[in-house]
Write a protein that binds this ligand. Structure first.
Ligand SMILES: [Zn+2]
Length: 59
């Protein structure tokens, strides 16, 4: 059974609820106020702090 995935906020270290059907590039606002970007890296989901870093968004 697929559950919502648990990930750690890189800023505050608290759990972040990530929907199992997340879309790469999706933005999630965490309770600590930071906006996290969901990025896939080698098939693994990583949370990255959004903003400040300029990236090529593409489509
Ligand atoms: Zn946080």
């Amino acid at each position: 059974m697929e559950k919502a995935l648990k990930h750690r906020c890189p800023v505050c270290g608290m759990d972040v609820d990530v929907p199992a059907d997340y879309m790469p590039g999706e933005l999630v606002e965490h309770e600590c106020g930071v906006v996290l970007e969901l990025v896939e890296n080698g098939g693994r989901l990583q949370l990255r702090v959004f903003g400040g870093v300029e990236e090529d968004w593409g489509e």
